[in-house]
Ligand binder design. Sequence first.
Ligand code: URA
Length: 208
Amino acid sequence: MPVTVVDHPLVRHKLGILRQDGVSTKSFRDLAGEVARLLTYEATKDLKTEKKTVQGWAGSVEVEQIKGKKITVVPILRAGLGMMDGVLDMIPGAKVSVVGMYRNEETLAPVQYYVKLAKEIQKRTALILDPMLATGGTLIATIDLLKEAGCKKIKGLFLVAAPEGLAKLEAAHPDVHVYVAAIDERLNEVGYILPGLGDAGDKIFGTK
Ligand code: URA
């Protein structure tokens, strides 16, 4: 399974602030969006372009434009929303497919409560957004449903991933390309990533 750790000084710096206990809701939200933009830069490197001639200031000039533009961004509710605006800043024409999943706190199993996919999803590349790739259960369930809907090319963008979640994803969906700012040490006994960021949803929404 292809995994790209977006190892860049800006990403490492921003992640360092995200990790700090007591970081404000505003800073966490802003930084999650900024790292999402940088992940998007990497995750869109294979987009095809086509040549076009436009009128420039000194006459006609050949430029390039993205071909096709068939992308859907798939934030997993609710924490994935914290990355969505950053990604859409980079790909403003992308359609949004929303997937609502939460983890049963006892079993850690994913429970689906809302799905609204973009039209013609089978023709689109899906960029799944979730700040934390922890156990991988929610992510795998989301990929299952995207594939059932006919989606053929799927990538996942995460701020932090746990080795356990990556291994589970590799076993279930080895074709999915992962883009992540950092791979951390491990999960704790309740499925949180260590050292991680804590509860990313609570930090983005200011609910703790
Ligand atoms: N979800 C979070 O918000 N944080 C974790 O560490 C794991 C899952």
